[in-house]
Structures are given as structure tokens and as C-alpha cells.
Design a protein. Structure first.
Length: 202
């Protein structure tokens, strides 16, 4: 099968690539969250409402981000095996032990889950403050700092660009150097509307 045939078959029935991605995300949400039989019906309903809330409140603007958030919280939901508003402080402590000692997840991953759970429980209890049941949870936020001497110098960046065989790779390195952003910020996510043209370039 040629690349053109593969593309036509994959996106058949969709008006655009964006429409295909929207459909794919909805299928993923229905399979992993909204239609997941390992979750209680009450839990799935709360997830649906939280999904709507995240977008309507402007806290999240991308479907992919919402999927990531819900996937993290789903792990607690599966462990809990009861409605979210019936969770106790001991349930959270047991979940943390389960993830740390049985699942053996990294602390950074566990901390990210706990951050999402704490924010989620504001929604569950419809309050601006963290409910008492999660208030004592203290995720450890580790900040990664880079010393100035660890940064690439202008000369080192120019050397990298010089040895690149493809114009694409030269452009990627240049964008990362000029923007100071991560790959997903400078390369993967931006759209044309995100680029501002000025007297110095863009």
C-alpha cells in the first residue's frame, strides 16, 4: 500500500485532519473513561461533568491535556471502587502506598497524579479551597534548575547547525535556540497565529 493509499484509507469519511483528530480523541475518551466498565457509573458521570468543566472554565484548552488529566485521576478511581465523595483520608493514604510500593511508580509520576487529584476534588466538593479529605496531601514539587555554564553557547549552537545535513534540522535547532522553549512549545504545538513578526524576525 502506497503512502497516498494509506492516507486516504486512514482519513476516509473526515473533512479534515483536525476533524479526524477530534473524532479519535472522543473515541479514546469513551473507551478509557466514559465507557470504561472498570469505573463505577457514578464515577464516569463525574468524569463527564469534570471534562465539561475543564473546558468551560478555560483551565484547559486542549483535548489531549484533558485526556492526560483524566487518565491520571482514573487510577485513583479504579483503586477507590466507590463514589468519589465517599473517599476518606485513609483511602488516599492507601492509594499512595499502593502506587509507591505495589505499582512502584516514580515519585515524580505519583506527585503529578496527586496534584491532579487535589484539583479534581475541588470540583467534586464544589469549593474554591481544597476539601479536608485531600488537604493533608502534600505532593513534592521538584524544580529542575540548570546552571548557566550548562547551557550551550552561541558558538556551540552554530556548530550543531553546521553539521546538520537537512535544512529541517537546522531550522529546528535554530527555533529552539531563539525561542528558549521546549520541543513541544517551540516545534510541536505552535500554529501560524502564534508567530509574531517584528523588525528582528519572528
Amino acid at each position: 500500500m502506497s503512502n497516498n493509499q494509506w492516507f486516504v484509507k486512514k482519513y476516509a469519511g473526515f473533512q479534515s485532519y483536525d476533524e479526524y483528530i477530534t473524532h479519535k480523541i472522543q473515541v479514546t475518551l469513551n473507551r478509557e473513561i466514559f465507557g470504561n466498565k472498570s469505573l463505577l457509573e457514578e464515577q464516569r458521570e463525574v468524569f463527564k461533568n469534570y471534562h465539561k468543566y475543564l473546558f468551560s472554565s478555560g483551565k484547559v484548552t486542549k483535548d489531549s491535556s484533558v485526556i492526560g488529566i483524566l487518565r491520571h485521576i482514573k487510577q485513583f478511581a479504579v483503586f477507590l471502587k466507590k463514589p468519589f465523595n465517599q473517599a476518606t483520608k485513609q483511602d488516599f493514604l492507601d492509594f499512595i502506598d499502593h502506587m509507591r510500593y505495589e505499582r512502584k511508580v516514580k515519585n515524580s509520576y505519583l506527585n503529578q497524579i496527586l496534584i491532579y487529584i487535589k484539583a479534581f476534588y475541588k470540583f467534586v466538593y464544589q469549593t474554591e479551597e481544597y476539601p479536608d479529605v485531600v488537604k493533608s496531601i502534600k505532593p513534592k514539587i521538584r524544580t529542575n534548575t540548570i546552571r548557566f555554564e550548562e547551557l550551550l553557547t552561541k558558538e556551540e549552537v552554530l556548530k550543531l547547525i553546521k553539521v546538520c545535513e537537512k535544512v529541517r534540522d537546522k531550522a529546528i535547532i535554530s527555533m529552539l535556540r531563539d525561542s528558549g522553549g521546549r520541543v513541544e512549545e517551540a516545534i510541536l504545538r505552535p500554529k501560524i497565529k502564534d508567530v509574531l513578526i517584528d523588525d528582528y524576525g519572528a
